[in-house]
Structure formats: C-alpha cells, structure tokens
Design a protein around this ligand. Structure first.
Ligand SMILES: [Zn+2]
Length: 166
C-alpha cells in the first residue's frame, strides 16, 4: 500500500499550510489518513449492522463516497464556486481527490476567495453526513452553500484582523 502511494506523507504535510482553522486541519488530516469513522472502516473493526450509506442507500460507505461521490456531496460540490476536476471527482481514490484540492488550493490562477472554500466544503459535507439521520428532511443544499461561504468569509476576516495586529 505504501509503495503505491509514495507521496501520502507529502500530502499530509501540505495540510498544515492550508489557511484554515485547526479543527478543519485536524479533520483534513483524518480524511487523508483514512481515519474518519465511516461504515467501511467500522466494519473492518468488526462493527455489525447496516452497511449502506445512510444518505443515498448505496452499499458500502467509504471516506471517498461521503466526501465526493454521495448524492449530497455531489450537490454541494456542484453548487459551490470551487471548480471540480474535469470529468468529475475520482470514484474511488480519496487520495487523488484530496491531492486535486490541495493543488488547486495553491493555484495561482484561482482567486483567494475561491481557493479558501474547499476545506469548508469538505467540513460541511462531513458535518452534514453526521447529522443526516436526524436532519434528513432539513437538508437544504443552498443553505449549506451559504454556511460554507460564511465560514470562509469569517475566517478570512479573522486573518485580516490578525495580520493588522502584528
Ligand atoms: Zn451515499
């Protein structure tokens, strides 16, 4: 496994340079370490029970499914101003999808206010998934989109204030 993904550690190192808050960095770290508690991983640890995605009903739930290929994730990505890869996100590799995002986050052609969105998009998708069984009827893609924009805006305001203090 390690030989197939020689730059996994490089990818994780990049997380600390992403301009976002610690809780989101920690979450990105867990996503790229395949350490988020999704059904597929819980099953490996012996958990029994429903192995379908609770959102779309697909059999099996991987980190990649939750963050990129599930119906809700697709809607959130489609509504966001962040550009998705040509041909869409990879159907299986969370590694290649995160690499794409981390590289785009450093792109010189994307405006700052677009680049800073992706950590918040992932964060909201994950939050959403965790609350889904309770708020199934309350999921509004547009509302989620607004929350992402607000999170990103609040953070950049906080950073501006920090810079002015220095
Ligand atoms: Zn799903």
């Amino acid at each position: 496994m390690a030989e197939l993904r020689p730059s996994l550690n490089d990818q994780k190192d990049k997380i600390w340079d992403i301009p976002t808050v610690t809780k989101v960095k920690a979450f990105l770290w867990r996503a790229s370490s395949e350490a988020l508690p999704v059904v597929d991983l819980l099953k490996i640890r012996g958990m029994k029970g429903d192995s379908r995605c609770q959102i779309c009903g697909e059999e099996g739930e991987s980190i990649n499914h939750v963050l990129f290929t599930c119906t809700v994730a697709r809607q959130i990505w489609a509504l966001s101003r962040f550009p998705s890869p040509m041909g869409g996100f990879d159907a299986f590799s969370v590694y290649s999808n995160l690499s794409y995002l981390f590289n785009m986050g450093k792109s010189r052609i994307l405006p700052q206010q677009i680049k800073r969105l992706f950590p918040w998009i992932l964060w909201r998708i994950w939050k959403n998934r965790n609350f889904f069984p309770f708020e199934a009827r309350a999921f509004h893609p547009l509302e989620t989109q607004q929350k992402i924009e607000d999170d990103a805006k609040k953070l950049s305001m906080a950073q501006i204030v920090d810079n002015e203090r220095e």
